[in-house]
Design a protein around this ligand. Structure first.
Ligand code: LMR
Length: 331
């Protein structure tokens, strides 16, 4: 009796397993290194919300913010190994993936504003960069905006010569390395999650970043001075493991693409106001003195940093830099 019941249950097992497989959602792990309350953090959460609704629960997006799963370099490795499926690293971090051309976005003063940036990301150059990713087993889905960088340290920084000798944290980009050297500073590559402590303990003297990142990591609490240089840009490329993406059921992929399109519009719409609000909050905190350079000082920063476009020609490509400068200026 017991035996026959067991047998019957065993015979039912394959059917039960198929049903369970059909019901268990496809999981997309989306890892990132910034706080939830930033343009990227909010956009990732928005994508989760939209994607889960669009796929009617067939896909579950697990967002891991603030380096809770992986730090900068590890997350890229994890994506290639398939341990996570989706990332949105800043374009300064694509060198280790073998697509150093993304460092183009780190060139000082390449973009005068967001319109100028969009001419590059939404145009031929943005497209071509995504094509390069395909060869690395990755698919580029979207460009997400953040904003323009400021300088922070414990020293007033009005003109470029004020940066001399400072040890400054940078993202892993050769263009940023050259940029800091042009200022007479000592660049030090460091994962984003380690910066607050490095500033607090004096392992580095300062940092460049967008106000939304400085504020949400409380870096302004361990730095006395900030200068609104707007000398460069931080933005993201949302990338997925190509094998994973190509294997998705076509209807699911289309739904996810739709959700990504909407999340991208949202990301790019909130980025500027998030950074403006963060800069205001930093000023209000009274912990950091925020300095707006004069027109003459701004001209000095430009004059010191623009030669970097030439220094990095070998790495990024002379033609690509020229094309980006042309596209950014709308010519
Ligand atoms: C940084 O490392 O400073 C940034 O790339 C962090 C980020 O993702 O905005």
């Amino acid at each position: 009796m017991i035996r026959s019941a067991l047998l019957a249950a065993l015979m039912l097992l394959p059917a039960l397993m198929t049903e369970a497989a059909a019901q268990s959602p496809i999981v997309i792990k989306f890892s990132h290194v910034v706080a939830k309350d930033t343009p990227k953090g909010k956009a990732a959460d928005k994508f989760k919300e939209l994607a889960e609704v669009a796929t009617k629960g067939k896909v579950k997006i697990e967002v891991y913010p603030n380096s809770t799963l992986y730090k900068d370099k590890e997350e890229l490795e994890a994506l290639q190994l398939g341990a996570v499926q989706m990332l949105a690293p800043s374009m300064a971090k694509f060198g280790p993936l073998g697509v150093k051309e993304f460092e183009l976005f780190d060139l000082p003063y390449l973009f005068s504003d967001r319109t100028s940036l969009e001419r590059v990301t939404n145009g031929q150059i943005g497209n071509d960069l995504f094509k390069k990713l395909e060869g690395k087993g990755l698919t580029g889905l979207a460009y997400w905006d953040n904003g323009f960088k400021v300088m922070a340290s414990n020293r007033p920084m009005h003109v470029p010569t004020d940066m001399k000798g400072l040890k400054l944290r940078i993202q892993a980009s050769k263009v940023l390395d050259e940029q800091m050297r042009a200022l007479g500073a000592n660049p030090q590559v460091m994962a984003f999650s380690e910066v607050y402590q490095a500033l607090q303990t004096g392992v580095v003297d300062g940092v460049e970043n967008v106000p939304s990142n400085l504020y949400t990591q409380k870096m302004h609490e361990v730095q006395k001075h900030l200068t609104v240089t707007n000398h460069g840009y931080i933005g993201y490329a949302v990338i997925v493991n190509k094998k994973f993406w190509d294997k998705l059921p076509p209807d699911v992929r289309t739904q996810l693409e739709g959700a990504m399109k909407q999340a991208t519009a949202y990301a790019n719409q909130i980025a500027q106001q998030e950074n403006e609000a963060a800069l205001e909050a930093i000023k209000k905190s009274g912990k950091t003195t925020v300095y707006q350079p004069t027109e003459a000082e701004k001209a000095e920063w430009r004059k010191t940093l623009l030669p970097v476009h030439k220094t990095v020609e070998d790495r990024i490509g002379k033609d690509l830099i020229a094309a980006a400068v042309r596209a950014a200026s709308g010519k």
